[in-house]
Design a protein around this ligand. Structure first.
Ligand code: GLU
Length: 490
């Protein structure tokens, strides 16, 4: 049998780092082994599942490039792929277990169960279902049902023994069955519990490997007991270590951005997030760190998923993002920037494609996240210039700056070529004519045109702004300089 893996999210929120990593490991394992990647939506908990969350999961997975071979939207031979549509499968298998004597109806109300647990707690005994409904006779059951009680169905655990498996990541894992109890497999409302639905689906969908986070490790013995009760061969399990926040506790929302969408909004590109997620628990050779998704699809090995928890590191993600952006062509980098700014409500149609290419060329390696386009390129994106107070102070102190702005404006206005070369030539000429070093004049122009003391190359800045905006900003600076420098001298 070939490799068949699944990602089985419960749609009760966005796709978070942990889930995205689980999805990715499954996806990569399928691709690296010519297998099949199944997406299954575990939405039996109607109170917590939302369509919005399902959509968010689809969007995030598509954005990350994880296409599923079977699942919602694409279908497949073992559908439907949403648990809410698979009720008949669970009903049939629950009935079979009951008939085989491996499950029994339980009529306990939540009040009774609470009282039982409370009593166990005062005795400092383990909190476990005590099996009180297990020995009911047919007559007693019939009596309760006649009184309108809706039973849950519980798995009938055999006393003693242990459940063990060989985990691809963690090695041999053993649980004493006595730590478990007669757990519920179908609730009194008729809906299957996670452990039961998961086993039925993984079996029916012929899943060969279950790759998931080790927060599920305590579910695995229950699932293995169900496989045994059905007489089914279980899949191979691989439980990846959890992901920690910088403070060493389990990664959660409290640590900042944690959903795929949040990283997209922070200007992270999919290739970088895929790369980063892969490295949260997997290593290639301990040296190489940069991989495209296509490379990961070839190189990923489950055996190299480590058992120690990894720490989420935002600086590393930003660094990887810069590395991936750097490897893109200018055209594609320009496309990323344009699309990103456009989703943030920026009017990107005001500029040509060539302009955007020049824009990213100007940003150079400052572009680590797409937000940097805004941070470092604001002067070119917005019509209104935001003047940095300190930068302006440095200009006010320069005698004759007003005239220099005026003269430079006039020369720019007369330059029909408006190329990097022509702009450089006219700026140097003007500097020489006014007895300034080129760098001094450029420094002044930088403040007038970008509002800051540090900026990308000034001639690129001019080309990006275009003649009209460049001239207007220089004239504005001239007027402001005259007004303020005049006042301060008076
Ligand atoms: N629906 C479960 C979850 O989201 C799936 C766990 C599993 O992979 O078995 O955690």
């Amino acid at each position: 049998m070939g490799v068949r893996v699944r990602f089985a999210p419960s749609p009760s929120g966005y796709l978070h780092v942990g889930g995205a990593r689980t999805a990715l490991y499954n996806y990569l394992y399928a691709r690296a082994n010519g297998g099949t990647f199944v997406l299954r939506i575990e939405d039996t908990d109607a109170a917590r599942s939302t369509d919005e969350s399902v959509r968010a999961i689809f969007d995030s997975m598509r954005w990350l490039g994880m296409t599923w071979d079977e699942g919602p939207g694409v279908g497949g031979p073992f559908g439907p792929y949403s648990q809410s549509e698979r009720r008949v499968h669970y009903d049939a298998h629950a009935k079979a277990l009951r008939e085989a004597g491996r499950a029994y109806p339980c009529y306990c109300t939540s009040v009774e169960l609470d009282a039982m647990r409370e009593e166990q707690a005062t005795r400092k005994a383990p909190l476990r279902y005590d099996g009180r409904c297990r020995g009911l006779s047919d007559a007693q059951r019939a009596e309760r049902e006649a009184a309108g009680a809706k039973p849950a169905l519980r798995y009938a655990l055999a006393p003693g023994g242990e459940t063990a498996w060989d985990d691809v990541v963690r090695g041999a894992v053993t649980f004493q069955n006595d730590v478990l109890d007669d757990f519920v497999i179908v609730r009194s409302d008729g809906l299957p519990t996670y452990n039961f639905a998961c086993v039925v689906d993984d079996h029916e969908m012929q899943i060969s490997h279950v790759i998931r986070g080790d927060d599920h490790i305590s579910n695995t013995p229950r699932q293995l007991l169900l496989y045994a009760a059905f007489g089914w061969a279980p899949p191979i399990f691989a439980h990846a270590a959890m992901i920690l926040g910088a403070d060493g506790s389990r990664l959660s929302k409290r640590h900042g951005a944690s959903s795929v969408e949040a990283f997209r909004d922070l200007g992270i590109i999919p290739a970088a997030l895929d790369n980063f997620l892969a490295l949260l628990g997997w290593a290639y050779d301990g040296t190489r760190e940069i991989f495209t998704l296509a490379e990961l699809e070839e190189l990923f090995k489950l055996e190299r998923v480590g058992r120690t928890p990894s720490t989420f590191n935002m600086e590393k993600l930003e660094w990887l993002n810069g590395q991936h952006l750097k490897r893109e062509s200018e055209e594609s980098r320009a496309r990323y920037v344009r699309e990103f700014l456009s989703t943030r409500g920026e009017d990107v149609s005001a500029h040509t494609e060539e302009w955007w290419v020049l824009f990213v060329r100007m940003l150079g390696e400052r572009l680590k996240t797409l937000v940097d386009a805004k941070t470092y390129g604001r002067f070119a994106l917005e019509d209104k210039l935001e003047m940095d107070a300190e930068a302006w102070t440095s200009v006010i102190e320069r005698p004759g700056a007003g005239d220099r702005f005026e003269e430079l404006a006039a020369r720019l206005e007369g330059d029909n070529e408006f190329s990097l070369a022509s702009l450089e030539a006219l700026t140097r000429e003007l500097a020489a004519a006014s007895g300034l070093k080129a760098g001094e004049l450029i420094g002044l122009a930088r403040v007038a045109l970008t509002g800051r003391k540090i900026s990308p190359g000034i001639f690129e800045v001019m080309v990006l702004l275009g003649k009209e905006r460049s001239v207007a900003r220089l004239r504005e600076a001239a007027a402001r300089w005259r007004a303020e420098a005049g006042v301060s001298r008076a």
